[in-house]
Design a protein around this ligand. Structure first.
Ligand code: G6P
Length: 602
Protein backbone atom coordinates (compact mmCIF):
# COMPACT_ATOMS: atom_id res chain seq x y z
CA UNK A 1 0.00 0.00 0.00
CA UNK A 2 2.75 2.43 -0.85
CA UNK A 3 3.99 4.25 -3.93
CA UNK A 4 7.46 4.20 -5.49
CA UNK A 5 9.13 6.48 -8.05
CA UNK A 6 12.72 6.36 -9.33
CA UNK A 7 14.64 8.42 -11.89
CA UNK A 8 18.11 8.27 -13.43
CA UNK A 9 19.13 11.04 -15.83
CA UNK A 10 20.13 14.67 -16.06
CA UNK A 11 16.81 16.42 -15.37
CA UNK A 12 15.89 18.11 -12.11
CA UNK A 13 15.12 15.11 -9.94
CA UNK A 14 13.22 16.56 -7.03
CA UNK A 15 10.29 17.69 -9.17
CA UNK A 16 10.13 14.38 -11.05
CA UNK A 17 9.98 12.47 -7.79
CA UNK A 18 7.51 14.75 -6.05
CA UNK A 19 5.18 14.99 -9.08
CA UNK A 20 5.30 11.21 -9.45
CA UNK A 21 4.59 10.67 -5.77
CA UNK A 22 1.68 13.07 -6.01
CA UNK A 23 0.06 10.66 -8.49
CA UNK A 24 0.56 7.81 -6.06
CA UNK A 25 -0.34 9.65 -2.89
CA UNK A 26 -3.75 7.97 -2.73
CA UNK A 27 -1.93 4.70 -2.05
CA UNK A 28 -0.45 5.98 1.15
CA UNK A 29 0.05 9.34 2.73
CA UNK A 30 1.27 8.99 6.23
CA UNK A 31 4.84 9.89 5.30
CA UNK A 32 7.02 10.37 2.24
CA UNK A 33 10.68 10.70 1.35
CA UNK A 34 13.23 11.09 -1.42
CA UNK A 35 16.95 10.34 -1.81
CA UNK A 36 19.30 11.57 -4.56
CA UNK A 37 22.94 10.84 -5.40
CA UNK A 38 24.59 13.46 -7.57
CA UNK A 39 28.31 14.07 -8.05
CA UNK A 40 28.96 11.44 -5.39
CA UNK A 41 26.90 13.49 -3.00
CA UNK A 42 24.04 11.79 -1.17
CA UNK A 43 21.05 13.84 -0.09
CA UNK A 44 17.79 12.76 1.49
CA UNK A 45 14.59 14.24 2.91
CA UNK A 46 11.66 12.71 4.76
CA UNK A 47 8.47 14.16 6.17
CA UNK A 48 5.53 12.75 8.11
CA UNK A 49 2.01 13.33 6.77
CA UNK A 50 0.92 14.42 3.35
CA UNK A 51 3.33 15.02 0.48
CA UNK A 52 2.83 18.75 0.92
CA UNK A 53 5.05 18.53 4.00
CA UNK A 54 7.87 16.98 2.00
CA UNK A 55 7.42 19.66 -0.68
CA UNK A 56 7.82 22.37 1.93
CA UNK A 57 10.87 20.68 3.41
CA UNK A 58 12.63 20.42 0.04
CA UNK A 59 11.76 23.94 -1.20
CA UNK A 60 15.34 25.17 -1.29
CA UNK A 61 16.77 21.92 -2.69
CA UNK A 62 17.51 21.41 -6.39
CA UNK A 63 19.34 18.68 -8.21
CA UNK A 64 20.73 19.49 -11.62
CA UNK A 65 23.09 17.39 -13.66
CA UNK A 66 23.35 13.63 -13.88
CA UNK A 67 22.21 11.66 -10.88
CA UNK A 68 20.12 8.82 -9.50
CA UNK A 69 17.08 9.26 -7.30
CA UNK A 70 14.31 7.36 -5.54
CA UNK A 71 11.13 8.39 -3.74
CA UNK A 72 8.37 6.79 -1.72
CA UNK A 73 5.01 7.57 -0.21
CA UNK A 74 4.02 5.30 2.65
CA UNK A 75 0.97 3.72 4.20
CA UNK A 76 2.23 2.29 7.46
CA UNK A 77 2.12 -1.48 7.86
CA UNK A 78 5.19 -2.22 10.03
CA UNK A 79 5.84 0.52 12.52
CA UNK A 80 4.04 3.78 13.13
CA UNK A 81 4.01 6.68 10.67
CA UNK A 82 7.12 8.47 11.92
CA UNK A 83 10.02 10.07 10.08
CA UNK A 84 12.34 7.24 11.12
CA UNK A 85 9.96 4.68 9.67
CA UNK A 86 9.50 6.67 6.43
CA UNK A 87 11.34 5.52 3.33
CA UNK A 88 13.97 5.79 1.88
CA UNK A 89 15.78 3.78 4.53
CA UNK A 90 19.44 4.38 4.87
CA UNK A 91 22.48 2.34 5.69
CA UNK A 92 25.98 3.81 5.78
CA UNK A 93 26.21 4.60 2.07
CA UNK A 94 22.97 3.41 0.45
CA UNK A 95 19.24 4.05 0.37
CA UNK A 96 16.29 1.78 -0.29
CA UNK A 97 12.55 2.15 -0.94
CA UNK A 98 10.17 -0.78 -0.85
CA UNK A 99 6.52 -1.78 -1.29
CA UNK A 100 5.17 -5.03 0.12
CA UNK A 101 6.35 -7.03 3.08
CA UNK A 102 9.56 -8.93 3.78
CA UNK A 103 8.12 -11.90 5.62
CA UNK A 104 11.43 -13.16 7.00
CA UNK A 105 12.63 -9.73 8.12
CA UNK A 106 12.81 -10.66 11.77
CA UNK A 107 15.16 -13.54 11.06
CA UNK A 108 17.29 -11.32 8.77
CA UNK A 109 17.28 -8.52 11.32
CA UNK A 110 18.52 -10.84 14.07
CA UNK A 111 21.28 -12.13 11.82
CA UNK A 112 22.40 -8.57 11.01
CA UNK A 113 22.14 -7.38 14.61
CA UNK A 114 24.37 -10.26 15.69
CA UNK A 115 26.95 -8.72 13.32
CA UNK A 116 26.61 -5.35 15.10
CA UNK A 117 24.35 -3.70 12.55
CA UNK A 118 22.20 -0.99 14.15
CA UNK A 119 18.59 -0.56 13.04
CA UNK A 120 16.94 2.83 13.23
CA UNK A 121 13.37 2.00 12.26
CA UNK A 122 10.72 -0.59 13.10
CA UNK A 123 10.23 -1.49 9.45
CA UNK A 124 10.86 -4.70 7.56
CA UNK A 125 12.33 -2.60 4.71
CA UNK A 126 15.41 -1.50 6.59
CA UNK A 127 16.78 -5.06 6.51
CA UNK A 128 17.23 -4.75 2.71
CA UNK A 129 19.70 -1.88 2.89
CA UNK A 130 21.75 -3.41 5.70
CA UNK A 131 21.81 -6.79 4.04
CA UNK A 132 23.09 -5.14 0.87
CA UNK A 133 25.84 -3.21 2.62
CA UNK A 134 26.86 -6.27 4.59
CA UNK A 135 27.29 -8.30 1.41
CA UNK A 136 29.04 -5.38 -0.29
CA UNK A 137 31.61 -5.17 2.50
CA UNK A 138 32.44 -8.85 1.92
CA UNK A 139 32.46 -8.68 -1.91
CA UNK A 140 32.80 -5.10 -3.10
CA UNK A 141 30.70 -5.44 -6.22
CA UNK A 142 27.37 -3.65 -5.93
CA UNK A 143 25.40 -5.84 -8.30
CA UNK A 144 26.72 -9.06 -6.73
CA UNK A 145 25.78 -7.72 -3.31
CA UNK A 146 22.34 -6.74 -4.57
CA UNK A 147 21.78 -10.18 -6.15
CA UNK A 148 22.78 -11.86 -2.90
CA UNK A 149 20.40 -9.57 -1.02
CA UNK A 150 17.46 -10.33 -3.28
CA UNK A 151 18.09 -14.06 -2.97
CA UNK A 152 17.51 -13.74 0.80
CA UNK A 153 14.19 -11.91 0.62
CA UNK A 154 10.95 -13.80 1.23
CA UNK A 155 7.53 -12.25 0.73
CA UNK A 156 6.24 -9.54 -1.55
CA UNK A 157 8.39 -6.67 -2.67
CA UNK A 158 9.04 -4.04 -5.25
CA UNK A 159 12.25 -2.31 -4.29
CA UNK A 160 14.77 0.26 -5.55
CA UNK A 161 18.23 0.78 -4.12
CA UNK A 162 20.83 3.46 -4.76
CA UNK A 163 24.32 3.44 -3.30
CA UNK A 164 27.47 5.51 -3.26
CA UNK A 165 29.25 2.26 -4.10
CA UNK A 166 27.78 2.54 -7.63
CA UNK A 167 26.55 6.13 -7.89
CA UNK A 168 25.48 5.86 -11.52
CA UNK A 169 23.08 2.95 -11.12
CA UNK A 170 19.66 2.13 -9.71
CA UNK A 171 19.15 -1.46 -8.53
CA UNK A 172 15.67 -2.93 -8.68
CA UNK A 173 13.80 -6.12 -7.82
CA UNK A 174 10.16 -7.16 -8.05
CA UNK A 175 8.19 -10.01 -6.59
CA UNK A 176 4.48 -9.84 -5.83
CA UNK A 177 4.21 -6.03 -5.78
CA UNK A 178 3.91 -4.01 -8.99
CA UNK A 179 6.83 -2.16 -10.56
CA UNK A 180 7.58 -0.88 -14.05
CA UNK A 181 10.46 0.73 -15.90
CA UNK A 182 9.83 3.72 -18.14
CA UNK A 183 12.18 4.86 -20.90
CA UNK A 184 12.60 8.45 -22.07
CA UNK A 185 15.46 10.10 -23.94
CA UNK A 186 18.67 8.96 -22.24
CA UNK A 187 16.79 8.60 -19.01
CA UNK A 188 15.08 5.78 -17.14
CA UNK A 189 12.15 5.96 -14.76
CA UNK A 190 10.77 3.51 -12.21
CA UNK A 191 7.33 3.54 -10.68
CA UNK A 192 4.86 1.27 -8.93
CA UNK A 193 2.16 2.18 -11.50
CA UNK A 194 2.23 4.08 -14.77
CA UNK A 195 0.51 7.37 -13.91
CA UNK A 196 3.65 9.02 -12.42
CA UNK A 197 5.58 8.59 -15.67
CA UNK A 198 2.88 9.36 -18.23
CA UNK A 199 3.92 12.41 -20.22
CA UNK A 200 7.54 11.81 -19.23
CA UNK A 201 8.54 8.37 -20.51
CA UNK A 202 7.43 7.06 -23.92
CA UNK A 203 8.09 3.32 -23.59
CA UNK A 204 7.46 1.01 -20.68
CA UNK A 205 8.33 -2.45 -19.43
CA UNK A 206 6.17 -4.01 -16.69
CA UNK A 207 8.46 -6.15 -14.54
CA UNK A 208 7.42 -9.70 -13.79
CA UNK A 209 7.71 -11.52 -10.48
CA UNK A 210 11.24 -12.74 -9.78
CA UNK A 211 12.89 -10.13 -12.00
CA UNK A 212 15.68 -7.90 -10.78
CA UNK A 213 18.65 -6.00 -12.14
CA UNK A 214 20.10 -2.54 -12.53
CA UNK A 215 20.17 0.35 -14.90
CA UNK A 216 23.23 2.30 -15.89
CA UNK A 217 24.05 4.64 -18.80
CA UNK A 218 20.51 4.46 -20.12
CA UNK A 219 20.57 0.65 -20.36
CA UNK A 220 18.58 -1.75 -18.22
CA UNK A 221 20.23 -5.06 -17.32
CA UNK A 222 17.46 -7.50 -16.43
CA UNK A 223 17.77 -10.91 -14.74
CA UNK A 224 15.59 -13.66 -13.36
CA UNK A 225 16.21 -17.13 -11.90
CA UNK A 226 17.50 -18.30 -15.31
CA UNK A 227 20.06 -15.50 -15.61
CA UNK A 228 20.17 -12.48 -17.96
CA UNK A 229 16.88 -11.83 -19.72
CA UNK A 230 15.92 -9.97 -22.88
CA UNK A 231 12.78 -7.91 -22.78
CA UNK A 232 10.71 -5.75 -25.07
CA UNK A 233 9.12 -2.49 -24.14
CA UNK A 234 5.76 -1.20 -25.26
CA UNK A 235 4.37 2.25 -25.87
CA UNK A 236 3.19 3.99 -22.73
CA UNK A 237 -0.37 5.33 -22.57
CA UNK A 238 -0.63 9.08 -22.96
CA UNK A 239 -3.98 9.64 -21.27
CA UNK A 240 -3.75 9.72 -17.47
CA UNK A 241 -7.46 9.30 -16.85
CA UNK A 242 -7.52 6.16 -19.01
CA UNK A 243 -4.35 4.90 -17.40
CA UNK A 244 -5.94 5.29 -13.98
CA UNK A 245 -8.67 2.98 -15.17
CA UNK A 246 -6.03 0.49 -16.36
CA UNK A 247 -8.05 -0.20 -19.51
CA UNK A 248 -11.32 -0.89 -17.68
CA UNK A 249 -14.45 0.94 -18.79
CA UNK A 250 -15.30 2.22 -15.35
CA UNK A 251 -13.54 2.67 -12.03
CA UNK A 252 -16.13 0.38 -10.47
CA UNK A 253 -15.15 -2.38 -12.88
CA UNK A 254 -11.47 -1.84 -12.13
CA UNK A 255 -12.20 -1.88 -8.41
CA UNK A 256 -14.11 -5.17 -8.70
CA UNK A 257 -11.12 -6.70 -10.44
CA UNK A 258 -8.72 -5.19 -7.91
CA UNK A 259 -10.31 -6.93 -4.96
CA UNK A 260 -8.18 -10.05 -5.18
CA UNK A 261 -5.02 -8.00 -5.02
CA UNK A 262 -6.22 -5.51 -2.42
CA UNK A 263 -7.15 -8.31 -0.04
CA UNK A 264 -3.48 -9.19 0.27
CA UNK A 265 -2.84 -5.68 1.53
CA UNK A 266 -5.67 -6.01 4.05
CA UNK A 267 -4.20 -9.23 5.42
CA UNK A 268 -0.57 -8.16 5.25
CA UNK A 269 1.18 -8.52 8.60
CA UNK A 270 -2.14 -9.45 10.22
CA UNK A 271 -2.75 -13.02 9.14
CA UNK A 272 0.26 -14.80 10.55
CA UNK A 273 1.19 -18.48 10.53
CA UNK A 274 -0.96 -19.49 13.44
CA UNK A 275 -2.99 -16.47 14.50
CA UNK A 276 -4.44 -13.11 13.61
CA UNK A 277 -2.53 -10.09 14.81
CA UNK A 278 -3.40 -6.40 14.82
CA UNK A 279 -0.30 -4.38 15.60
CA UNK A 280 -2.46 -1.24 15.80
CA UNK A 281 -4.67 -2.51 18.66
CA UNK A 282 -3.70 -2.05 22.27
CA UNK A 283 -3.80 -5.29 24.24
CA UNK A 284 -6.33 -4.02 26.74
CA UNK A 285 -9.00 -2.99 24.21
CA UNK A 286 -11.15 -6.02 24.98
CA UNK A 287 -10.59 -6.03 28.75
CA UNK A 288 -13.96 -6.01 30.56
CA UNK A 289 -15.86 -6.05 27.26
CA UNK A 290 -18.92 -8.29 27.22
CA UNK A 291 -20.70 -7.12 24.07
CA UNK A 292 -20.12 -5.30 20.82
CA UNK A 293 -22.31 -2.72 19.13
CA UNK A 294 -21.58 -1.73 15.53
CA UNK A 295 -22.93 1.41 13.87
CA UNK A 296 -22.61 2.29 10.19
CA UNK A 297 -24.49 3.47 7.08
CA UNK A 298 -25.10 2.08 3.60
CA UNK A 299 -22.67 -0.56 2.39
CA UNK A 300 -20.68 -0.30 5.62
CA UNK A 301 -23.86 -1.25 7.48
CA UNK A 302 -24.04 -4.43 5.41
CA UNK A 303 -20.45 -5.23 6.29
CA UNK A 304 -21.39 -4.62 9.93
CA UNK A 305 -24.24 -7.13 9.71
CA UNK A 306 -21.86 -9.67 8.18
CA UNK A 307 -19.50 -9.00 11.07
CA UNK A 308 -22.19 -9.58 13.65
CA UNK A 309 -22.73 -13.15 12.41
CA UNK A 310 -18.98 -13.77 12.48
CA UNK A 311 -18.36 -12.21 15.89
CA UNK A 312 -21.16 -14.13 17.57
CA UNK A 313 -20.37 -17.42 15.85
CA UNK A 314 -16.59 -17.38 16.04
CA UNK A 315 -15.76 -15.14 19.01
CA UNK A 316 -18.91 -16.02 21.01
CA UNK A 317 -19.50 -12.41 21.93
CA UNK A 318 -22.95 -10.77 21.68
CA UNK A 319 -22.97 -8.31 18.80
CA UNK A 320 -25.71 -5.87 17.76
CA UNK A 321 -25.73 -3.71 14.67
CA UNK A 322 -27.56 -0.44 14.13
CA UNK A 323 -27.98 1.99 11.29
CA UNK A 324 -26.24 5.14 12.51
CA UNK A 325 -29.04 7.55 11.57
CA UNK A 326 -31.52 5.47 13.60
CA UNK A 327 -29.22 4.95 16.55
CA UNK A 328 -28.72 8.69 16.99
CA UNK A 329 -32.29 9.47 17.90
CA UNK A 330 -33.53 6.35 19.63
CA UNK A 331 -32.15 7.28 23.04
CA UNK A 332 -30.12 4.09 23.17
CA UNK A 333 -29.19 2.44 26.44
CA UNK A 334 -25.42 2.11 26.50
CA UNK A 335 -23.24 0.25 28.98
CA UNK A 336 -19.53 0.67 29.36
CA UNK A 337 -18.95 -3.08 29.01
CA UNK A 338 -19.84 -2.66 25.33
CA UNK A 339 -17.20 -1.96 22.70
CA UNK A 340 -18.56 0.52 20.17
CA UNK A 341 -17.38 -0.15 16.63
CA UNK A 342 -18.00 2.20 13.71
CA UNK A 343 -17.44 1.14 10.14
CA UNK A 344 -16.95 3.68 7.40
CA UNK A 345 -15.22 3.66 4.07
CA UNK A 346 -14.68 7.44 4.04
CA UNK A 347 -14.41 8.08 7.75
CA UNK A 348 -16.47 11.22 7.27
CA UNK A 349 -20.11 10.06 7.26
CA UNK A 350 -21.95 12.52 9.50
CA UNK A 351 -24.43 10.05 11.04
CA UNK A 352 -21.72 7.52 11.88
CA UNK A 353 -19.46 10.18 13.34
CA UNK A 354 -22.26 11.53 15.50
CA UNK A 355 -23.16 8.03 16.73
CA UNK A 356 -19.52 7.57 17.72
CA UNK A 357 -19.49 10.83 19.65
CA UNK A 358 -22.64 9.76 21.52
CA UNK A 359 -21.09 6.45 22.48
CA UNK A 360 -17.96 8.20 23.68
CA UNK A 361 -20.01 10.59 25.79
CA UNK A 362 -21.63 7.53 27.38
CA UNK A 363 -18.14 6.30 28.33
CA UNK A 364 -17.84 3.43 25.83
CA UNK A 365 -14.52 2.33 24.37
CA UNK A 366 -14.45 2.79 20.61
CA UNK A 367 -12.86 1.17 17.60
CA UNK A 368 -13.26 2.22 13.97
CA UNK A 369 -12.82 0.16 10.84
CA UNK A 370 -12.07 2.62 8.12
CA UNK A 371 -10.34 3.07 4.77
CA UNK A 372 -9.02 6.58 5.35
CA UNK A 373 -6.34 7.24 7.92
CA UNK A 374 -6.64 10.52 9.79
CA UNK A 375 -10.29 10.86 8.80
CA UNK A 376 -12.70 12.34 11.35
CA UNK A 377 -13.97 8.92 12.48
CA UNK A 378 -10.45 7.53 12.88
CA UNK A 379 -9.36 10.58 14.84
CA UNK A 380 -12.42 10.42 17.07
CA UNK A 381 -12.08 6.70 17.85
CA UNK A 382 -9.91 5.31 20.61
CA UNK A 383 -8.42 2.82 18.21
CA UNK A 384 -8.69 2.07 14.50
CA UNK A 385 -8.10 -0.68 12.00
CA UNK A 386 -7.47 0.50 8.45
CA UNK A 387 -8.97 -1.61 5.69
CA UNK A 388 -6.20 -0.72 3.17
CA UNK A 389 -8.49 -0.93 0.13
CA UNK A 390 -6.76 2.02 -1.55
CA UNK A 391 -8.84 4.87 -2.90
CA UNK A 392 -12.23 3.83 -4.21
CA UNK A 393 -13.51 6.09 -6.98
CA UNK A 394 -16.71 4.35 -8.04
CA UNK A 395 -19.53 5.72 -5.92
CA UNK A 396 -20.97 2.22 -5.57
CA UNK A 397 -18.66 0.62 -3.05
CA UNK A 398 -17.06 -2.72 -3.92
CA UNK A 399 -13.53 -3.23 -2.65
CA UNK A 400 -14.27 -1.16 0.45
CA UNK A 401 -17.05 -3.60 1.35
CA UNK A 402 -14.84 -6.61 0.63
CA UNK A 403 -12.04 -5.34 2.85
CA UNK A 404 -14.42 -4.29 5.63
CA UNK A 405 -15.90 -7.80 5.64
CA UNK A 406 -12.40 -9.26 5.72
CA UNK A 407 -11.33 -7.06 8.64
CA UNK A 408 -14.43 -8.18 10.54
CA UNK A 409 -13.65 -11.83 9.88
CA UNK A 410 -10.10 -11.24 11.12
CA UNK A 411 -11.44 -9.34 14.13
CA UNK A 412 -13.76 -12.22 14.98
CA UNK A 413 -10.77 -14.56 15.03
CA UNK A 414 -8.69 -12.05 16.98
CA UNK A 415 -11.37 -11.73 19.66
CA UNK A 416 -11.85 -15.51 19.68
CA UNK A 417 -8.12 -15.89 20.37
CA UNK A 418 -8.26 -13.38 23.23
CA UNK A 419 -11.32 -15.02 24.77
CA UNK A 420 -10.01 -18.51 24.09
CA UNK A 421 -13.25 -19.21 22.29
CA UNK A 422 -11.61 -21.11 19.44
CA UNK A 423 -9.56 -24.29 19.45
CA UNK A 424 -6.26 -24.52 17.61
CA UNK A 425 -7.57 -26.77 14.82
CA UNK A 426 -10.55 -24.58 14.02
CA UNK A 427 -8.33 -21.51 14.06
CA UNK A 428 -5.98 -23.17 11.59
CA UNK A 429 -8.89 -24.04 9.30
CA UNK A 430 -10.14 -20.45 9.42
CA UNK A 431 -6.68 -19.07 8.65
CA UNK A 432 -6.24 -21.50 5.80
CA UNK A 433 -9.56 -20.40 4.30
CA UNK A 434 -8.65 -16.76 4.84
CA UNK A 435 -5.46 -17.14 2.85
CA UNK A 436 -7.51 -18.46 -0.07
CA UNK A 437 -9.69 -15.35 -0.20
CA UNK A 438 -7.65 -13.48 -2.84
CA UNK A 439 -8.16 -16.47 -5.17
CA UNK A 440 -11.90 -16.60 -4.50
CA UNK A 441 -12.07 -12.94 -5.52
CA UNK A 442 -10.36 -13.35 -8.88
CA UNK A 443 -12.66 -12.47 -11.75
CA UNK A 444 -12.73 -15.17 -14.33
CA UNK A 445 -13.20 -13.92 -17.95
CA UNK A 446 -15.75 -16.64 -18.71
CA UNK A 447 -17.82 -15.69 -15.69
CA UNK A 448 -17.78 -12.03 -16.61
CA UNK A 449 -18.81 -12.87 -20.18
CA UNK A 450 -21.63 -15.07 -18.92
CA UNK A 451 -22.96 -12.35 -16.62
CA UNK A 452 -22.68 -9.86 -19.47
CA UNK A 453 -24.80 -12.16 -21.67
CA UNK A 454 -27.48 -12.97 -19.15
CA UNK A 455 -27.77 -9.38 -17.92
CA UNK A 456 -29.88 -8.53 -20.96
CA UNK A 457 -32.74 -10.54 -19.44
CA UNK A 458 -32.67 -8.54 -16.23
CA UNK A 459 -33.35 -5.05 -17.47
CA UNK A 460 -37.09 -4.81 -16.94
CA UNK A 461 -39.55 -6.66 -14.69
CA UNK A 462 -41.17 -5.13 -11.66
CA UNK A 463 -38.46 -5.78 -9.19
CA UNK A 464 -35.56 -7.81 -7.88
CA UNK A 465 -35.36 -9.79 -4.69
CA UNK A 466 -31.90 -10.81 -3.58
CA UNK A 467 -32.38 -13.57 -1.03
CA UNK A 468 -30.02 -15.38 1.29
CA UNK A 469 -29.79 -16.76 4.80
CA UNK A 470 -27.30 -16.25 7.61
CA UNK A 471 -24.14 -14.51 6.33
CA UNK A 472 -25.74 -14.44 2.90
CA UNK A 473 -28.58 -12.24 4.09
CA UNK A 474 -26.29 -9.18 4.49
CA UNK A 475 -24.76 -10.14 1.16
CA UNK A 476 -28.25 -10.18 -0.36
CA UNK A 477 -28.83 -6.70 1.07
CA UNK A 478 -25.56 -5.51 -0.42
CA UNK A 479 -26.26 -7.15 -3.80
CA UNK A 480 -29.62 -5.38 -3.96
CA UNK A 481 -28.09 -2.07 -2.93
CA UNK A 482 -25.45 -2.32 -5.66
CA UNK A 483 -28.09 -3.01 -8.27
CA UNK A 484 -30.39 -0.19 -7.23
CA UNK A 485 -27.54 2.31 -6.86
CA UNK A 486 -26.32 2.01 -10.42
CA UNK A 487 -29.23 0.52 -12.41
CA UNK A 488 -32.08 2.48 -10.75
CA UNK A 489 -34.15 -0.75 -10.76
CA UNK A 490 -36.13 -1.57 -7.67
CA UNK A 491 -34.26 -4.21 -5.70
CA UNK A 492 -34.60 -5.56 -2.18
CA UNK A 493 -32.46 -7.81 -0.09
CA UNK A 494 -34.44 -10.23 2.04
CA UNK A 495 -33.79 -13.09 4.42
CA UNK A 496 -34.94 -16.06 2.33
CA UNK A 497 -36.91 -17.60 5.20
CA UNK A 498 -38.93 -14.40 5.57
CA UNK A 499 -40.26 -14.28 1.98
CA UNK A 500 -43.30 -16.35 2.88
CA UNK A 501 -44.35 -13.78 5.48
CA UNK A 502 -45.42 -11.22 2.91
CA UNK A 503 -43.12 -10.53 -0.04
CA UNK A 504 -44.00 -13.81 -1.76
CA UNK A 505 -47.29 -12.09 -2.68
CA UNK A 506 -45.24 -10.22 -5.30
CA UNK A 507 -44.04 -13.41 -6.99
CA UNK A 508 -44.81 -13.79 -10.69
CA UNK A 509 -42.72 -14.21 -13.82
CA UNK A 510 -41.75 -10.51 -13.77
CA UNK A 511 -40.26 -10.80 -10.30
CA UNK A 512 -36.53 -11.54 -10.56
CA UNK A 513 -35.12 -13.52 -7.67
CA UNK A 514 -31.36 -13.61 -7.24
CA UNK A 515 -30.88 -16.59 -4.94
CA UNK A 516 -27.63 -16.93 -2.99
CA UNK A 517 -27.40 -20.66 -2.33
CA UNK A 518 -24.12 -21.53 -0.60
CA UNK A 519 -23.34 -25.14 -0.04
CA UNK A 520 -21.76 -24.62 3.37
CA UNK A 521 -24.63 -22.84 5.15
CA UNK A 522 -28.20 -24.13 5.34
CA UNK A 523 -28.31 -25.26 1.72
CA UNK A 524 -31.49 -27.31 2.12
CA UNK A 525 -33.30 -24.48 3.87
CA UNK A 526 -32.58 -21.91 1.20
CA UNK A 527 -33.34 -24.46 -1.49
CA UNK A 528 -36.84 -24.95 -0.20
CA UNK A 529 -37.34 -21.16 0.06
CA UNK A 530 -36.37 -20.81 -3.61
CA UNK A 531 -38.64 -23.71 -4.55
CA UNK A 532 -41.55 -21.84 -2.98
CA UNK A 533 -40.81 -18.87 -5.23
CA UNK A 534 -40.34 -21.01 -8.29
CA UNK A 535 -43.73 -22.64 -7.66
CA UNK A 536 -45.23 -19.10 -7.94
CA UNK A 537 -43.51 -18.66 -11.33
CA UNK A 538 -40.88 -16.15 -10.17
CA UNK A 539 -37.86 -15.90 -12.49
CA UNK A 540 -34.90 -17.35 -10.63
CA UNK A 541 -31.20 -16.62 -11.08
CA UNK A 542 -29.49 -19.09 -8.75
CA UNK A 543 -25.88 -18.62 -7.64
CA UNK A 544 -24.48 -21.78 -6.09
CA UNK A 545 -21.81 -24.46 -6.31
CA UNK A 546 -24.67 -27.00 -6.55
CA UNK A 547 -26.61 -27.21 -9.83
CA UNK A 548 -30.23 -26.23 -9.21
CA UNK A 549 -32.82 -27.58 -11.61
CA UNK A 550 -35.53 -25.02 -11.05
CA UNK A 551 -33.30 -22.07 -11.90
CA UNK A 552 -34.09 -20.08 -15.04
CA UNK A 553 -30.47 -18.93 -15.01
CA UNK A 554 -27.66 -20.49 -13.09
CA UNK A 555 -24.20 -19.26 -12.16
CA UNK A 556 -22.02 -21.96 -10.73
CA UNK A 557 -19.51 -20.92 -8.10
CA UNK A 558 -16.47 -23.00 -7.16
CA UNK A 559 -15.58 -22.55 -3.52
CA UNK A 560 -17.62 -24.91 -1.42
CA UNK A 561 -15.57 -25.55 1.70
CA UNK A 562 -15.87 -22.40 3.77
CA UNK A 563 -18.83 -19.98 3.99
CA UNK A 564 -16.62 -16.88 3.73
CA UNK A 565 -15.00 -18.11 0.52
CA UNK A 566 -18.47 -18.71 -0.87
CA UNK A 567 -19.44 -15.27 0.40
CA UNK A 568 -16.61 -13.50 -1.40
CA UNK A 569 -17.06 -15.44 -4.63
CA UNK A 570 -20.81 -14.70 -4.68
CA UNK A 571 -20.16 -11.07 -3.80
CA UNK A 572 -18.16 -10.69 -7.03
CA UNK A 573 -21.04 -12.24 -9.03
CA UNK A 574 -23.56 -9.75 -7.61
CA UNK A 575 -21.22 -6.83 -8.24
CA UNK A 576 -20.68 -7.86 -11.87
CA UNK A 577 -24.41 -8.33 -12.37
CA UNK A 578 -25.13 -4.78 -11.15
CA UNK A 579 -22.32 -3.46 -13.34
CA UNK A 580 -23.50 -5.20 -16.50
CA UNK A 581 -27.16 -4.27 -16.02
CA UNK A 582 -26.17 -0.65 -15.45
CA UNK A 583 -23.95 -0.55 -18.54
CA UNK A 584 -26.74 -2.03 -20.70
CA UNK A 585 -29.13 0.61 -19.41
CA UNK A 586 -26.63 3.30 -20.43
CA UNK A 587 -26.17 4.69 -16.92
CA UNK A 588 -23.13 6.44 -15.53
CA UNK A 589 -21.72 3.54 -13.53
CA UNK A 590 -19.16 5.55 -11.58
CA UNK A 591 -21.32 8.54 -10.78
CA UNK A 592 -24.90 7.36 -10.40
CA UNK A 593 -27.60 9.94 -10.09
CA UNK A 594 -28.49 11.45 -6.70
CA UNK A 595 -25.63 9.77 -4.82
CA UNK A 596 -22.35 10.92 -3.30
CA UNK A 597 -19.29 9.00 -2.26
CA UNK A 598 -19.09 10.61 1.11
CA UNK A 599 -22.15 12.00 2.89
CA UNK A 600 -21.05 14.56 5.44
CA UNK A 601 -24.48 15.97 6.14
CA UNK A 602 -27.23 14.45 8.23
C1 G6P B 1 -22.83 6.96 0.97
C2 G6P B 1 -22.20 6.14 -0.14
C3 G6P B 1 -22.33 4.66 0.18
C4 G6P B 1 -21.73 4.36 1.55
C5 G6P B 1 -22.38 5.21 2.62
C6 G6P B 1 -21.63 5.10 3.92
O1 G6P B 1 -24.21 6.82 0.97
O2 G6P B 1 -22.83 6.41 -1.36
O3 G6P B 1 -21.64 3.89 -0.80
O4 G6P B 1 -21.89 3.02 1.83
O5 G6P B 1 -22.32 6.60 2.25
O6 G6P B 1 -20.35 5.64 3.74
P1 G6P B 1 -19.10 5.31 4.61
O7 G6P B 1 -18.02 6.20 4.02
O8 G6P B 1 -19.40 5.72 6.01
O9 G6P B 1 -18.80 3.89 4.49
Amino acid sequence: MCGIVGYIGTKEKKEILLDGLQELEYRGYDSAGIAVIENHHLEHFKAVGKLENLRNKTKSYNSNGFGVSIGHTRWATHGKPTELNAHPHLGEFSFVVHNGIIENYQELKKELQSQNVTFLSQTDTETIVHLFENYYKKTPNAFTAFTQTVSRLEGAYATLLITEAAPEAIFFAKNGSPMLIGFGEEEVYFASSDTPIIGKATEVYYLEDGEYGYTQNGTVFLFNADGAKKFTTKALATDKAMAQKDGYRFFMEKEIYEQAHVMNDTMMGRVLDNRVYFEELENNLFDNIRAIKICACGTSYHAALTGSYLLERIAKIPCHVEIASEFRYKEPLLHDDTLFITISQSGETADTLEALKMAKRAGLKSLSICNVDNSSIVRESDQAILTRAGIEKGVASTKAFATQSMVLWMLALYVAQLREAIDADTLQQELQAMRQTPKALLVNDKLHEKIHRLSKRYLHGHGFFFIGRDLFYPLALEGALKLKEISYRHAEGYPAGEMKHGPIALADSELFTIALMPKTLHYDKIKSNVEELSARDATILAISPEPFELADDFIQTHYDEHPMLEFFEMMVVTQLLALEVSIRLGNDVDMPRNLAKSVTVE
